[in-house]
Design a protein around this ligand. Structure first.
Ligand SMILES: C[S@@+](CC[C@H](N)C(=O)[O-])C[C@H]1O[C@@H](n2cnc3c(N)ncnc32)[C@H](O)[C@@H]1O
Length: 378
């Protein structure tokens, strides 16, 4: 099994593929620091530095294409004409590679917002393009919290398989079982497959698409969850004083209002005016972290650890994202935050790989005509 990793960053997909014995034969990223990290961890032989548009001819044959692609709005010229025009976007480089190399599988990763951007038009265009290239597409929104990571990070995974019959891979059987007591529809009924371009303002968090049509529903439970891990379980006990708050920051915090509640698993201790200014929020360690971002501003990471107030360390960031502590050690501590914040957590990818390529002959992949699933409330 050979994989190609586009927009490879620091290699979140690569780590997961290595763990599943899938050999990466080509990786590409434009960002120097990300490539420096990638090269330090995986060598230089498969890594191609630079703009993807210069490398289409160099992409070798492969079975699996992976990509956490940057989310860009489609062009306004397309909008004016009343159609979506994805030409020239980075997503198009994925389409071009799938069209040219025809790998049997792909896995793409993106932010939750993609399901509702531009009233669903953006995702509709993506589904339309992928499903008419001969792939059965399946997507699901999953949260890092369920993969033993102390972070509220919802990410959308879009998978594709060149296959005639749509099968459900991203819903474990117990998730499907939870769905079968409500108003039921028979997914085999072709009239239940909607035209992709006739969609609501947001796509549901799970679905299938094929040849320009889709079917989906909101699945709100995740039955395959690993035991929860909290921030306090992964924090370092000895942390250099560089990570402590400055006197100036401490003086701002004197004006904070206590909040003391959990929001999506994140413990919020206090902030200014009860929440209006994120920048002043102090988080606790008895919950999980909010989504780590690629922002270089450290305003979002303020934690009360014991009696101290401090930022998280680069090692703690690595753990929260599911990377080894020293993964990014070739770049400065300052730059590591952004690289981790941009990365895909390898444990999430491993779960997706396990659903597509199961280790044992489990009761996986029911063909949709063997299933009854919930209709989703649009
Ligand atoms: C969301 S990040 C992907 C991170 C990666 N999955 C990881 O685990 O680190 C998107 C990546 O796309 C890269 N990128 C943006 N424009 C690019 C281009 N034109 N060609 C190649 N890579 C590009 C960025 O440098 C960034 O590392």
């Amino acid at each position: 099994m050979k994989a190609v990793e586009l927009f490879s960053g620091i290699g979140g997909f690569r780590l997961a593929c290595d763990n599943k014995n899938i050999r990466t034969v080509f990786a590409n990223d434009i960002k120097t620091l990300a490539c420096d990290v990638y090269a330090s961890q995986f060598g230089t032989s498969v890594l191609h530095r630079g703009d993807i548009k210069d490398f289409f001819d160099k992409i070798p044959d492969h079975d699996l294409l992976t990509a956490g692609f940057p989310c860009q709005p489609f062009s306004s010229a397309g909008k004016k004409e009343g159609i979506r025009d994805p030409r020239g976007t980075l997503f198009q480089s994925i389409v071009k590679t799938l069209d040219k190399n025809k790998p049997k599988y792909f896995i793409l990763e993106n932010v939750k917002r993609l399901l509702s951007m531009e009233n669903g038009e953006h995702f509709a265009t993506i589904l339309q393009e992928l499903s008419t290239l001969g792939y059965c597409v399946e997507w699901r929104l999953i949260n890092a919290i369920h993969f033993g990571l102390p972070q509220n990070r919802q990410r959308l995974f879009i998978t594709g398989i060149r296959d005639h019959e749509p099968k459900i891979r991203l819903l474990p059987k117990s998730d499907i079982d939870q769905l079968s007591s409500g108003h039921l529809i028979l997914a085999r009924d072709p009239s239940r497959w909607q035209e992709i371009n006739v969609h609501g303002k947001a796509f549901p968090n799970w679905g299938l698409a094929k040849e320009g049509k889709f079917l989906g529903c909101n699945v709100n439970k995740f039955s395959d969850a690993a035991p929860p891990v909290l921030l306090r379980d992964i924090l370092s006990s000895e942390v250099p004083s560089d990570f402590d708050f400055t006197e100036t920051t401490l003086s701002w915090l004197a004006n904070n209002t206590p909040v003391n509640r959990y929001y999506q698993g994140v413990e919020i201790i206090s902030n200014q005016g009860g929440g209006a200014r994120m920048g002043y929020t102090i988080y606790g360690i008895n919950g999980v972290s909010p989504t780590l971002t690629a922002s270089t501003s450290r305003h979002y990471e303020r934690y009360k650890v014991g009696e101290k107030f401090r930022r998280l360390t680069n090692y703690e960031y690595a753990r929260i994202q599911g990377f080894p502590d020293h993964h990014c050690q070739v770049v400065s501590t300052y730059n590591q935050y952004e690289l981790y914040g941009n990365a895909v957590p390898p444990p999430m990818v491993e779960w997706i790989l396990g659903r597509i390529f199961p280790d044992k002959n489990e009761d996986l992949w029911p063909a949709i005509n063997q299933l009854e699933i919930f209709d989703h409330a649009n």
